[in-house]
Design a protein around this ligand. Structure first.
Ligand code: NAP
Length: 287
């Protein structure tokens, strides 16, 4: 039995969809905190187990009979490492034989600008120290985040202003990361693995602007900004200060070259080349 946490989230749903395509629904369990959101999973025969990362007893119940656990990182910034620790400890207590975690790809894990990234690497340490056989999936920045960075939902800003300099990102589509993770979970043998899952190429916002311009036929420009200009732009869009600060820290990491590492591992797990920037933008913005 494979237990997937964060199963009603966007990545978790994709992982489960691919596990179901390749195997028996009776072997897939979903850890969820909102039963209403899991009705479709139940209907497909997935064993839905209720709980919360903060509720240790619920984790112990959920781990019954589970061999492999995929811990999909949570969203509660202040408490996330403690919550992940609860999942790791429950997997150990239950005698699971394999534990996987979805973190983030960064060139230098000791120097992220974003507090959010630090939590991923602290969790990796907990997983390593668990003594269980593990896989660490270091996911590239979702290409899907371009929808948020470009400011207008499913349409896009034609005058892009961000504090990323000319730094590049090896973006991957969330659906492809989920598919690759499912493939790895199904094939995972007895050894510890660290997968860095990225596109086969890295792109700057200059590249994003050029590709959007070519695909849409509209002129699209990118102007790197400084922190103060970016914060003023965020205020103008009604983004609260702490959130603007967090988004700025993501862009600092991009500017500093933290997200431009390219590996063949996503391609290997998918059995095909991951989406190019052009293909990804087409699907994200319906171009
Ligand atoms: P998502 O759609 O927000 O899903 C997060 C999942 O975590 C949800 O299912 C949520 O439950 C669950 N969760 C949060 N707190 C929980 C708790 N206390 N107990 C139990 N479950 C809890 O995010 P995603 O797109 O699937 O991405 C997965 C994770 O990757 C995110 O949580 C985040 O850590 C990280 N991430 C990565 C990138 C990237 O670019 N690589 C970008 C954004 C986020 P509910 O469904 O009940 O809300």
């Amino acid at each position: 039995m494979i237990l997937v946490t964060g199963a009603t989230g966007q990545l978790g749903r994709v992982v489960i969809e691919h596990l179901l395509k390749q195997g028996d629904a009776g072997q897939v369990a979903a850890f969820v905190r909102d039963e209403g959101k899991a009705a479709d999973l139940k209907a497909k025969g997935v064993d839905v187990r209720m709980g919360d990362y903060d509720d240790v007893a619920s984790l112990d119940r959920a781990m019954k009979g589970v061999e492999k656990v995929l811990l999909i990182s949570g969203t509660d910034l202040e408490n996330v490492v403690r919550q992940h620790g609860n999942v790791v400890d429950a997997a150990k207590r239950a005698g699971a034989r394999f534990l996987a975690y979805t973190g983030r790809a960064m060139r230098d894990p000791s120097a992220p600008k974003s507090h959010l990234m630090e939590g991923h690497f602290e969790t990796e340490d907990l997983v390593r120290e668990s003594g269980l056989t593990y896989a660490l999936f270091r996911n590239a920045l979702y290409m899907d985040t371009l929808r948020y960075f470009l400011g207008k939902g499913e349409t896009f800003e034609t005058d892009i202003r961000l504090p990323s300099g000319h730094g590049k990102v090896a973006y991957a589509l969330r659906v492809e990361l989920g598919e690759a993770i499912a493939n790895a979970l199904l094939r995972e043998g007895g050894e510890d693995r660290v997968y860095t899952l990225t596109a086969g190429e890295a792109w700057s916002f200059d590249d994003v602007a050029r590709a959007l311009g070519e695909l849409s036929g509209k002129p699209v420009t990118y102007t790197p900004t400084d922190k103060a200009t970016f914060e003023a732009l965020m205020r103008g869009r009604g983004v609260p200060g702490p959130m603007a600060e967090l988004v700025y820290s993501f862009h600092r990491d991009i500017r500093d070259g933290q997200l431009d590492e390219v590996t063949p591992e996503l391609e290997e797990l998918l059995g095909r080349k991951p989406a190019s920037l052009e293909a990804g933008l087409k699907s994200l913005f319906h171009l």
